[in-house]
Design a protein around this ligand. Sequence first.
Ligand SMILES: Cc1ncc(COP(=O)(O)O)c(C=O)c1O
Length: 460
Amino acid sequence: MRPAGTSAGAGDVGTSAASAGAATLHGTGMRASGTRNEILRADLLAGFDPSDLAGRFGTPLYVYDLDVVDRQVDLLRAVLPASFDLAYALKANPSLAVVAHLGRRGLGADIASAGELATALRARIRPEAIVFTGPGKRDPELSLAVERGVRAVTVESPAELERLEQIAAAAGRRVPVLLRAAVSDPARHEAVRLIGDEGAGKFGMDRSDLRAAARRAARSEHLDLLGLHAFGASNVRDAGVLAGHVAATVALAVEVVGQAGVPLRLVDAGGGLGIPYEPGEEPLDLVELGAQLAAQAARWEREEATRRLRVLLEPGRFLVGPAGAYLARVVDRKTVDGIPVAILDGGVHHLLRPALVGQEHRVHLFGSASTAGEAGPLTIAGPLCSGLDVFSRRTVAAPPQVGDVVAVLDAGAYGFTEAMPFFLSHPIPAEVVVRAGQAELVRPRLEPGAWLAWQRDPGL
Ligand SMILES: Cc1ncc(COP(=O)(O)O)c(C=O)c1O
């Protein structure tokens, strides 16, 4: 499928804008975020007229622009010190085409289940570039990770460490481990705490368990203690908070791993790099983040304990969020209490985040809406029998017509994968990727008949 317009279409515009952004990183020191790198450019989606995409692939539909993903990778890599590695957090968007693309760009993978491990391996990401993190890992999952030889298993609890040791011993292996630190300590993570520490109480180990686990791992024949892991908070757009979290995690790792008597080789500071969702939100200042991390990396090089340290970041949202859009068509319109309402053929069952975290995504209207009627506040909602199924109450635009296509933006991360697609038995949307002016279906639309066919009525 060819993109709309001429060769000076949105793809080209985006490419030049991004390279300009990347150039300024090294040159003037301007913010990398000067130009927003996203799927919507010049009223097109990834260079395509959204009606063409909707017509060819049907609605609702997920579209991911791999050129935008590439530019996010480039922008981040341009500011990271040489001692940093990137592992893409599959949980943000485990679509095989997206994961494989990031694998081809040389990223590793952060996985949280055997299913994600299978996806990463099918995407041809080498096991030595895969880290396995997350609570509640089951024995067969740990066995698989040991067998495949992943870069590290991040251990979440003393009991998990014991199970992993037994599994590695039974397999005659020595498994590389990171120990996950809980980040609820207010002294260490004050800034992170202020913006909402999601980790408190569930993830990782507190200091005393962490120290005991480090000693145990250091003594074990079957565990190779590399260092620590800590995830600060999600969607952080404050460079100082992110850099502070990295510094605090490295300092803790030096202390805990050093006391256990083994060299510190790896610190995984998790993901959490944020993106703006609402109009007017400031993007993450990558230049500032890079400068703060570079200063830290220079200090680590001077210290014996950290000279050989590698630091891993596991971003998900930052890499893929702005690259995705959820497309739906208007099926009904009306006015309720004086406010125009557009009802779409898709809703929060496919993109739960607005309902889950109470934050609106930007909604862009295409088609007749831009030319007809007077602009005013609009309610844009889905077809579910639930008051939560509203994408936007803040969009200001002329009311769209039935049949118009609407795009919910920043839907590339925690979209399809975080959905509840069976609710109300509507079709499950297809996924399409676009790269260099080519649009390809990567997951077909699933009709309700498909999952009806999986079921049976035993007639009890
Ligand atoms: C352990 C871990 N790593 C990485 C991520 C990715 O985070 P983000 O998408 O905010 O970068 C998450 C998200 O929950 C996580 O739990």
